[in-house]
Design a protein around this ligand. Structure first.
Ligand code: PEP
Ligand code: MN
Length: 352
């Protein structure tokens, strides 16, 4: 019985969708032969944005998948979106279930799935919801834990947004990092395929997740990616998948050598001091902003003079290069400081 913690990194790969017995078998056998894959994946029921697209083969594909499990000796994983899917997947010996991004958003569905899985010891992975709602993601995990499903993990597949964006689903790494803080010890797998939406960036996103100490990867692979019936532009051939997996450098999370520990302690001490100074300065700045609020209030002047703000932003960000800070970062920080100053002044002006 596979556990999500049985290996780090856990590498899951297979086609977005099981299409035909030949396509599924050829893809999975080729992946197994590379020796770089721990678990095979395939979508049996596909949640499609619009009707009329290929919606998956259903139970027949589970029979093909079960045969492949026997032939390769590798565990198999699929997405479940309702109780019937759970029942069929377990009946055909699926080893790992995952809840897709469109299902995680719906507490009714997640509860139905949790109740259907209850009592079996199958591992379950929960993809982040489509929208960047961290509590919804946590809530889905808690629904599984609450019915006694213990082998639970997370899949970070990015978050959708309106219009054309660089990534198919923006990674918003900070959300996954916060989830790992909240769910201490729970494995986090990266799904670069659905983050990128293309083949070109898979390596870069996978490496970034390894650098953030993720516990594994789930990457789509297809024997003939360009002809795939779903997600053609992001799938890679089994041999490209193997090259990709071999190229990722997984670093240790810890190192007990005294030199390392000493060097890190020293630098962290400096960071702690600087963080303290940053907070002191912010506190002083906000206190001055409050005094400005009083002066403006007493003289009946509005809070925002946008040309003054424009001048500050311009003058400070022009120093970015010299300070070796990115201009984007400076703008974000200064914007936040400015918004807080406005809030403080607003409170002072409107205090009854
Ligand atoms: C998938 O893994 O094929 C899938 C449908 O993913 P997501 O739920 O992340 O869109
Ligand atoms: Mn897909």
């Amino acid at each position: 019985m596979i556990s999500l913690k049985s290996k780090k990194p856990l590498i899951i790969s297979g086609p977005c969708s099981a299409e035909t017995q030949e396509q599924l078998t050829d893809t999975c056998i080729a992946l197994a032969k590379t020796g770089t894959v721990d678990v095979l994946r395939a979508g049996i029921w596909k949640p499609r944005t619009k009707p009329g697209s290929f919606e998956g083969v259903g139970e027949d594909a589970l029979k093909w998948f079960a045969q492949i499990k026997k032939d390769t000796g590798l565990p198999i994983a699929t997405e479940v979106a309702n109780a019937k899917h759970v029942e069929l997947a377990l009946k055909h010996g699926v080893d790992i279930l995952w809840i897709g991004a469109r299902t995680t958003v719906n507490p009714f569905s997640v509860q139905e799935i949790a109740d259907a899985i209850k009592g079996s010891n199958v591992p379950v992975l929960v993809k982040n919801p489509m929208n960047p709602d961290i509590d919804l993601w946590q809530g889905a995990l808690e629904r599984l834990l609450a019915v006694g499903i213990n082998d639970v993990g997370m899949i970070h597949r990015g978050f959708s947004s309106y219009g054309a964006t660089q990534f198919r689903n923006s990674p918003q790494w900070h959300i996954a990092i916060e989830m790992r803080r909240r769910m201490q010890g729970m494995p986090m797998i990266c799904d670069p395929s659905h983050i990128c939406g293309n083949r070109e960036w898979l390596q870069q996103i996978s490496q970034k997740s390894a650098d953030l100490s993720y516990d594994g990867l789930i990457i789509e692979s297809h024997i003939n990616p360009c002809d795939a019936w779903s997600d053609a532009s992001q799938q890679v051939t089994p041999s490209a998948l193997a090259d990709l997996v071999r190229s990722i450098v997984w670093r240790d999370e810890k190192n007990n050598s005294p030199e390392y520990v000493q060097a890190l302690d020293n630098l962290r001490g400096q960071i702690d001091l600087l963080d303290g100074e940053l907070l002191d300065i912010l506190s002083k700045r906000m206190s001055v902003a409050g005094k400005i609020g009083e002066v403006k209030r007493d003289n009946n002047v509005a809070i925002l003079q946008s040309n003054r703000w424009g001048d500050i932003l311009e003058s400070l960000t022009s120093k970015a290069d010299k300070l070796e800070l990115s201009k984007d970062f400076l703008v974000r920080i200064l914007d936040n400081i400015h918004v807080e100053s406005i809030n403080i002044q607003n409170n002072i002006m409107n205090k009854k």
